[in-house]
Design a protein around this ligand. Structure first.
Ligand SMILES: C=CC1=C(C)c2cc3[nH]c(cc4nc(cc5[nH]c(cc1n2)c(C)c5CCC(=O)O)C(CCC(=O)O)=C4C)c(C)c3C=C
Ligand SMILES: [Fe+2]
Length: 521
């Protein structure tokens, strides 16, 4: 793709953004004074705009599946000029700004969103409680929503022993916090090296440091412009969507946050740097096999319940497939034309999840005579329990039992320099589009030049109705066939709900007797 350029003009001094923002969504596009087309196909448009005297040339990627338009630009030059030529700052260095991420009058923050994981075995049950108490993980019918927490308590207590075993086998806790902190530190360094002195925060959804803690720190630091960057390459309602929902509620409740300008990078699997970094890892790992060209590349993504995609419109599957295609295209340019496949792992409970399943696919490949597999975890950028235990131990064992002789696994991206540098570029490219939350009372914000209410709009685009979905998690399973399991699970789910309903209303019952539930008396 050509690298478009922005040519700032004198119009910039009063308005920080000369580029009419190609925002995330059609809604915002409608507000643009320089009209942006919304083509019906995935495409890249090279466009020249003349806005408020500023001549802008940018390329816009539009993806009808995601219903948003994103811009690729070469903003470094643009930003440096924009942000640093007004006399207030001249290309600062880390030493010059030890404590503040200042650009002009703005303090820039980047909020990395991630899942979080238990750091000790004692953390496992409360971590699971937080996860199952999330309506984006277990979505109960609205009339049962008051049962969300009791159900989360029940399910987390029931699942904890199995989960604990897993965490015990990888050293007694998740490496996620350590790895995400390291990524935050490297991202900060990369941003500063690119002349964007930003502070980087980590906000986890289900464990420390919680998103709420990060937000408090952001307020204490007086951040005025925030880029929200979920650390999931592909968007899912259950991951990035859930974190954005939480942010939405925090933003709504707080006057400081309502007025803080922000933008969200909802997914970034299609970025060149990320694709190249993944291809680098695969290329390197292939070389460890005796006959690299005979190895099947096995992309294994974390699954989501099928209903998320088919009923709630989760773009996760489409993004995942596109991501795999892009990586394979990149490998092809390097003359690597191995066979490949994509499957989904880590399903929980008896409902249907995205297919094909990783375990079933491994068995089938073994039957078909595949002898060498290279597993590529694709939905997450850190090592975690599902790479270290599920892939490295369970799937490897299954593969060897199924007749596969050679097994390899690509490491998670972690702090790989191409990847971190690309994340920094993604942040920088998003800065011109940092907008203000659309609050009905915030007239000034609504009239500002930049797109408004990004978190809100993204949620509206991806999961507007928040439809009820079959809960993905159940505490027990029985039955011999998948379909029987599904129905058994649904019946069991209903039974659990009725049981909990009885416990809550009667303040007595099985859970009270087992002292899992505190009596109100
Ligand atoms: C893109 C990644 C992920 C998606 C999509 C996702 C959906 C999803 N997960 C569960 C249930 C559990 N997930 C658990 C751990 C876990 N999940 C992800 C990523 C995605 N989840 C990660 C990286 C981790 C591991 C964190 C760590 O500690 O290292 C767990 C706990 C572990 C276990 O008991 O197996 C559960 C449970 C559901 C139901 C779901 C979609 C609805
Ligand atoms: Fe998960």
């Amino acid at each position: 793709m050509n690298s478009p350029t922005h040519t700032p003009s004198s119009a910039s001094s009063s308005s920080p953004y000369m580029l009419r923002p190609p925002p995330c969504l059609p809604h915002a596009a409608r507000n643009l004074k320089c009209p942006l087309p919304l083509p019906q196909t995935i495409s890249t448009l090279q466009k020249k705009y003349s806005c408020f005297g500023a001549h802008v040339e940018a390329s816009f990627n539009t993806n009808p599946l995601k219903n948003y338009t994103s811009a690729r630009c070469s903003p470094n030059q643009f930003l440096n000029k924009q942000l640093f030529t007004e006399g207030s700052l001249a290309t600062p260095t880390a030493q010059e700004f030890p404590d503040a991420a200042l650009v002009g009058d703005d303090k820039i923050g980047v909020l990395l969103l991630n899942l979080g994981g238990p750091e000790t075995l004692e953390d496992v049950q409360p971590f699971l409680f937080n996860l199952f108490a999330d309506p984006d993980i277990i979505r109960l019918p609205r009339i049962f929503s008051f049962l969300q927490k009791p159900l989360a308590q029940f399910v987390s207590v029931a699942r904890a022993p199995k989960s604990k075993e897993g965490y015990a086998s990888i050293g007694g806790g998740s490496p996620l916090r350590r790895m995400t902190d390291a990524q935050a530190e490297e991202l900060k360094k990369s941003l500063w090296a690119k002349n964007v002195p930003a502070k980087v925060y980590v906000g986890m959804r289900y464990w420390h440091p919680f998103t709420e803690e990060a937000i408090e720190q952001i307020k204490r630091d007086g951040i005025t412009k925030l880029v929200v960057l979920p650390l999931y390459p592909q968007f899912s309602i259950s991951t990035s969507g859930s974190s954005l929902r939480l942010l939405e509620s925090l933003f709504r409740e707080d006057e400081y946050l309502v007025n803080m300008q922000h933008t969200v990078i909802p997914s970034w699997y299609q970025r060149e740097g990320y694709i190249k970094a993944m291809a680098n890892l695969i290329e390197k790992e292939l070389k460890s096999f005796d006959c690299p060209e005979q190895v099947m590349i096995f992309f294994s993504a974390h699954g989501v319940p099928l209903a998320y995609v088919e009923e709630a419109g989760d773009p996760y599957k489409a993004e995942m497939e596109e991501c795999v295609d892009l990586i394979m295209e990149e490998l092809e340019t390097r003359k690597i034309t191995n066979t490949y496949t994509l499957a989904y792992q880590s399903r929980v409970g008896p409902v249907e999840w995205l297919r094909p399943y990783t375990d079933e696919t491994i068995i089938e490949l073994g039957k078909k005579g595949v002898k060498s597999l290279l597993a590529v975890p694709i939905s997450f950028v850190s090592e975690h329990i599902e790479t270290l235990e599920e892939i490295d131990v369970e799937y490897k064992e299954l593969a060897l039992e199924s007749g596969i002789e050679k097994w390899g696994r690509v490491p998670a991206l972690g702090c790989e320099p191409t990847f971190i540098s690309d994340l920094a570029d993604a942040v920088i490219e998003s800065l011109p589009y940092v907008g203000a939350m659309a609050a009905s009372s915030n007239l000034e914000a609504r009239q500002s030049l930049v797109p408004l209410g990004s978190v809100e709009e993204l949620l509206a685009a991806y999961d507007s109705q928040r439809r009820e979905l079959p809960p993905p998690v159940i505490v027990w399973e029985w039955g011999w066939t998948k379909s029987a399991e599904t129905w058994n699970g649904r019946v069991a789910m209903l039974a659990v709900l009725l049981l909990l309903f009885y416990e809550v209303t009667a303040d007595k019952g099985l859970l009270h007797q087992l002292v899992i539930w505190p009596s109100l008396r």
